[in-house]
Write a protein that binds this ligand. Structure first.
Ligand SMILES: Cc1cc2nc3c(=O)[nH]c(=O)nc-3n(C[C@H](O)[C@H](O)[C@H](O)COP(=O)(O)OP(=O)(O)OC[C@H]3O[C@@H](n4cnc5c(N)ncnc54)[C@H](O)[C@@H]3O)c2cc1C
Length: 461
């Protein structure tokens, strides 16, 4: 075995998987995991740990994998992460832990994400649970939202003995892990539900169908329900649209709505008649990870799918792996193009898009070259469904119903990075609700920091 090259991971064949919702990546076997773990140099000054927003002791867990001690490896990971099977699947490791791996200087970095996934899957299959607190301390904390930020904050507080209740607006817990990321990247009942159950096994209670700001408010939770601190992890679920003519037509979806209908209303399962306009021709507008998920989902539902993105290949914000998988599955990329109108038939339904071609001009404030329209280059592309994937922002419901909670111009809650403390005493926040749409692991890091902040606040109270 060449130590410079990582052990390849098995994947479903692209032609087969483009027509099913089974997981694309099949993960390592025990032998493969041990072989890959043996590539770790067990660096004294492990740079990979600094690249992990929840500071998993990466060399320590990998050494346990190398020795075949998978349960011990799991306990090491679960001291820092409540969602290792999730993170092993969806974290952008190439820019985090693996991006700093010394092996990566001359060869391929150790497949830290795939090893984390292996350990978490092994623990689940063998009924291993994270360790819970020995004693309750009697303090009540409320967590709003059951996404990665809320689950992490709740799990860490429960481990410290707090009495934690998560309030979740939807009927299912998990946030984007449940309603956004598709089944073929992150299996719901096998992986997400199992990791949520692990958090519950620490003593965390989850109340679904409770919309904070409507069912009750943060002030009521604190003044009347006896919660001494609150963590807000309500995400950034409000979609943006382009504001072009025809956007109100039947058959135009936000990517969030399209993916939610697919995930929570089980459009991907035979036998469910889910109202999702999975037309024969679908245009997805945008080039991020969410756009790739929407496109690959529409493809699996039987459509021909075009991704229309106003910049070029280099500027695509999606992970390279996602773009690669989308291409392998037959998604058509119409780059340097932008819709200017959605064409609507006499019944009010989408019949296509008028699209203009673009070229790249001077860099904008983000440092990326701005797309500029090429006059006279417009053309029409037929479609019966258009999915807008242009980003999301936090819903202002919580900030507008909580006295003294400051937000910024982008409607994000203002919170200290170190502790998650907001402008309101006893109220903490983190994840997409604070940063705007970001990543699972950053949301988890923020949930962890806030758990520490809340612990310090309540210990000194
Ligand atoms: C389709 C898609 C794919 C993605 N893919 C990846 C990926 O591959 N890798 C990656 O790292 N990141 C990915 N992300 C981003 C990542 O999922 C988010 O950054 C992360 O989930 C944010 O976590 P969070 O806990 O802050 O919020 P969320 O996951 O959004 O959870 C917030 C929760 O709060 C609930 N809530 C909101 N308002 C209220 C209220 N008023 N009362 C009660 N509950 C409320 C919501 O229902 C939700 O369950 C993806 C995002 C999407 C949409």
């Amino acid at each position: 075995m060449d130590p410079m090259v990582r052990v390849p991971v098995r994947e479903q064949d692209p032609v087969v998987r483009a027509a099913n919702f089974e997981e694309v990546c099949l993960g390592y076997s025990e032998e493969e995991a041990i072989a890959e773990a043996s590539r770790c140099l067990n660096c004294k000054n492990a740079r990979c740990v600094g690249g992990c927003p929840v500071s998993i002791d990466i060399p320590a867990f990998i050494q346990e994998v190398k020795a075949g001690n998978f349960e011990e490896a799991y306990q090491i990971i679960s001291q820092s992460s409540a969602l290792p099977a999730v993170c092993g699947r969806v974290c952008p490791q190439e820019t985090q832990c693996e991006g700093r791996c010394v092996r990566g200087i001359k060869g391929e970095p150790v497949a830290i994400g795939k090893l984390e996934r292996f350990v978490a899957d092994w623990a689940r299959e063998n009924g291993i649970k994270p360790k819970k607190a020995e004693e309750s301390n009697g303090h009540k904390v409320a967590v709003i939202g059951s996404g990665p930020a809320g689950l992490t904050c709740a799990g860490d507080l429960a481990k410290l003995g707090y009495d934690v209740t998560i309030f979740e607006a939807l009927h299912e817990a998990g946030g984007v892990l449940s309603y956004g990321i598709p089944e073929f990247r992150l299996p719901k009942s096998k992986v997400v539900a199992a990791e949520i159950a692990n958090v519950e096994s620490l003593g965390v209670k989850i109340e679904t169908n409770v919309v904070i700001g409507k069912s009750t408010t943060i002030d009521e939770l604190m003044d009347e329900e006896g919660f001494e601190a609150v963590f807000i992890g309500s995400g950034a679920g409000l979609p943006r649209f382009m504001g072009i003519p025809g956007e109100q037509a039947m058959g135009v979806f936000s990517a969030n709505e399209f993916l939610t209908r697919n995930n929570l209303m089980k459009a991907y399962l035979d036998g469910y008649d889910t109202p999702i306009a999975s037309g024969k021709k679908v245009i997805v507008v945008g080039g991020g990870n969410v756009a790739m998920d929407a496109a690959r989902t529409a493809k699996r539902l039987g459509a021909e799918v075009h991704i229309v993105y106003r910049r070029g290949e280099e500027e695509l914000p999606a992970r390279k792996e996602e773009v690669h998988h989308a291409k392998e599955e037959g998604i058509i990329f119409d780059l340097l193009q932008n819709p200017v109108e959605i064409l609507v038939n006499e019944d009010g339904a989408v019949k296509g898009c008028r699209i203009i071609k673009m070229e790249l001009g001077e860099p904008d404030e983000s440092g990326r070259r701005s797309p500029v329209e090429i006059p006279g280059s417009e053309y029409e592309l037929e479609a019966d469904t258009v999915i807008m994937s242009l980003g999301t922002s936090p819903n202002p419901l919580i900030s507008s119903t909580t006295i003294g909670l400051d937000i910024n111009k982008r409607k994000c809650i203002i919170a200290e990075e170190e502790t998650g403390a907001t402008s309101k005493t006893g109220v903490y926040a983190g994840g997409d609700a604070v940063t705007g749409a970001a990543t699972v692991i950053l949301a988890m890091g923020a949930g962890k920091a806030a758990a520490k902040g809340i612990h310090e606040f309540l210990s000194n109270k």
